[in-house]
Design a protein around this ligand. Structure first.
Ligand SMILES: Nc1ncnc2c1ncn2[C@@H]1O[C@H](COP(=O)(O)OP(=O)(O)OP(=O)(O)O)[C@@H](O)[C@H]1O
Ligand SMILES: [Mg+2]
Length: 246
């Protein structure tokens, strides 16, 4: 199996706050992989480090065959096109319509015509299960579930190899959250994606993840399938899975 992400001995520190004290994990091509752990353990930070928005203190991260701590800016630019991100806060531009939000990267990084961009945007709107009319609305005019789908469509616009999702189902009602799980599984099949997802949502973890890493006390306390992870003796894992499934 081909590894597309390899995290080795990653240490993260913000001032005196040691967040990660030597993390090791890898993600295989085609997997839906989860980052789990208590609030503040550094899941979003690890994701931001992998997508080069945050620097690690030491260790190494290999992404699509590149060591990102040593990457040159031209190579960095090229691999930036190969992932899409759905941030915890969605990060949609409020002054742009949904369609304009989705179109933005195509306008900035490609030489496609306005007509071609329109077609791609329409396709992405469709593939995430929004209506074409929704594309004409502003973020303030759509529901939380629709915002997630809009941000997902934007993340998919450059046909990425890897999709990063930071708590995609948080804030959604249970029905929308399950729809989102189904959507992620469908997109993985349809678009040959690998997915890295931060999640607190036990049902979503159960429905979608192939493997996962649990971060607690600054390190990875378990990595593997749900079954393997549940076998591990860690206070966080026992509490998380037992309370959640009760
Ligand atoms: N840019 C930053 N500057 C300083 N500290 C930061 C920065 N980003 C994150 N941190 C700190 O790193 C730690 C981990 O934060 P992070 O947002 O990664 O947690 P998380 O696991 O995603 O939590 P949650 O589940 O609540 O989203 C926190 O203590 C946070 O204060
Ligand atoms: Mg977070």
């Amino acid at each position: 199996m081909k590894k597309i992400i390899e995290v080795q001995n990653v240490v993260t520190k913000f001032g005196k706050n040691l967040v990660h004290d030597g993390l090791n994990l890898h993600v295989n091509e085609g997997e839906i992989y989860g980052f789990l752990g208590p609030s503040g353990c550094g899941k979003s930070t690890l994701m931001r480090e992998i997508i080069m928005l945050e620097k690690i203190k030491s260790g190494s991260i290999e992404l699509l065959g590149h060591k990102i701590e040593r990457i040159r800016s031209r190579a960095a630019q090229k691999i930036r096109m190969q992932w899409g991100v759905l941030f915890q806060s969605n990060a949609l531009f409020t002054s742009l319509t949904v369609a304009e939000n989705i179109a933005l990267s195509l306008q900035e990084y490609t030489k496609l015509s306005a007509e071609e961009i329109k077609d791609i945007v329409a396709f992405k709107i469709d593939i995430v299960g929004l209506k074409q009319f929704d594309g004409t609305l502003y973020p303030s005019e759509i529901s939380g579930g629709m915002k997630k789908k809009a941000a997902l469509a934007r993340a998919l616009v450059m046909d990425p190899k890897i999709l990063f999702l930071d708590e995609p189902t948080s804030g959604l009602d249970p029905i929308s959250a399950r729809e989102f799980d189904t959507l992620i599984l469908k997109l993985r099949e349809l678009l040959n994606l690998s997915v890295v997802m931060v999640s607190h949502d036990l049902t979503s973890i159960h429905n979608t993840l192939d493997r996962m890493a649990v971060i607690d006390n600054k390190t990875i306390v378990a990595e593997g399938t749900l079954e393997e992870v549940r076998e591990m003796k860690s206070p966080f894992i026992e509490r998380f899975f037992n309370e959640g499934l009760r």
